[in-house]
Design a protein around this ligand. Structure first.
Ligand SMILES: Nc1ncnc2c1ncn2[C@@H]1O[C@H](COP(=O)(O)OP(=O)(O)OP(=O)(O)O)[C@@H](O)[C@H]1O
Ligand SMILES: [Mg+2]
Length: 309
């Protein structure tokens, strides 16, 4: 049963108006805690999923995520979006008959693959996210790691082609965008001082950026409920870990595929001043609002702190 507001009142705990107000009031301490603080949100290509396959202008899940981000921004929190694009890159490589190999969760990137990575991230996904944000308030600004040398990279070790290790992050452009009251949306293509471009894993990009801007929180939104203690068991969700516990877990073979760079980067961020790092299921509607502004903690949280929720 929807009213004009679009809210399905049957989903609310009670028809008592004070219950409605208490939902809003629950957010108050969180708004006060995070107001003026930066939150880096890595939006996984796996969550972006369907929007690339359809030619629809507006993808419903992306639109809902964008609305959540605009809400956070409107109450004084400073979100920075960093996005991935794995499945969409696969899809476009497939069109030219290429299949990527992966090494420790990183895409082996030859020159042709690098071109596709750039085209998909900078030509398709980044503007889609910016447009979705702008539908809710005209504040989205797309940048890549190339802009103002945001991400300076060097060739990663091993025989994995144009995969870059992050040498430094120059966050001034992000700080200026935030200062202007806007929401940066970052695609993690980097370059070295000679102008050679590199494919940078977005999880590492998000973590390094979070450290460089002194973010309070780093949130990875992906397509799994959080970190599983047993890779193939969805009931083995780890709700909270200290960095030391995460380090031990990374030593095991429980962490596979794309979860490996995610947790390596999460560990590095939490050891370098980001007080809480979260792995959330981006398929849950409004996952980021539930995590940030309500008493319900969801997914996996990595922190040294004693946590109340
Ligand atoms: N122990 C584990 N717990 C949970 N997920 C795991 C684990 N080990 C491996 N995974 C895999 O990691 C995947 C998430 O990483 P992945 O790189 O695929 O997504 P993403 O980072 O959100 O997307 P993108 O790389 O496109 O930005 C999950 O879909 C899951 O299959
Ligand atoms: Mg990934």
């Amino acid at each position: 049963m929807k009213q004009d507001s679009g809210i399905d009142v049957t989903l609310l705990p009670s028809s008592d108006p004070s219950a409605w107000a208490s939902i809003l009031l629950e957010a108050l301490p969180y708004i006060q805690k995070f107001m003026g603080k930066c939150v880096v949100v890595k939006y996984g290509g796996n969550v972006l999923g369907d929007s690339v396959d359809s030619n629809e202008e507006i993808d419903a899940e992306l639109d809902s995520f964008a609305e959540d981000i605009v809400l956070l921004h409107s109450v004084g929190i400073l979100p920075v979006i960093v996005h991935g694009g794995g499945p969409q890159i696969d899809e476009w490589l497939n069109r030219i008959g290429k299949v990527s190999a992966f090494s420790n969760g990183l895409r082996v990137t030859d020159a042709e693959t690098l071109e596709v990575v750039k085209m998909v991230l900078l030509g398709k996904l980044n503007p889609s996210i910016v447009q979705a944000i702008n539908r809710h308030g005209d504040k989205g600004v797309g940048v890549s790691g190339l802009d103002s040398s945001l991400i300076v990279a060097t060739k990663a070790k091993g025989d994995i082609g144009f995969v870059g290790d992050i040498e430094s992050v120059n966050p001034e452009i992000i700080l200026s965008i935030l200062k202007d009251g806007l929401i940066p949306v970052v695609a993690t293509i980097g370059a070295d001082s000679q102008g050679q471009g590199y494919n940078i894993n977005a999880d590492f990009g998000a973590a390094e950026l979070a450290v460089a801007i002194g973010a309070e929180k780093l949130v990875y939104m992906t397509n799994v409920e959080g970190v599983r203690g047993k890779f193939d068991d969805p009931t083995s969700l780890i709700q909270r870990m200290q960095p030391g516990e995460l380090e031990n877990l990374l030593g095991s073979d429980t962490i596979q595929g794309g979860m490996r760079p995610k947790l390596q980067s999460a560990l590095s961020a939490s050891k370098n001043g980001v007080s809480s790092v979260h792995i959330l299921d981006g398929r849950i509607p409004h996952a980021i609002l539930l995590e940030m502004l309500t008493d319900r903690g969801i997914g996996t949280m990595i922190t040294e702190e004693v946590v109340e929720k």
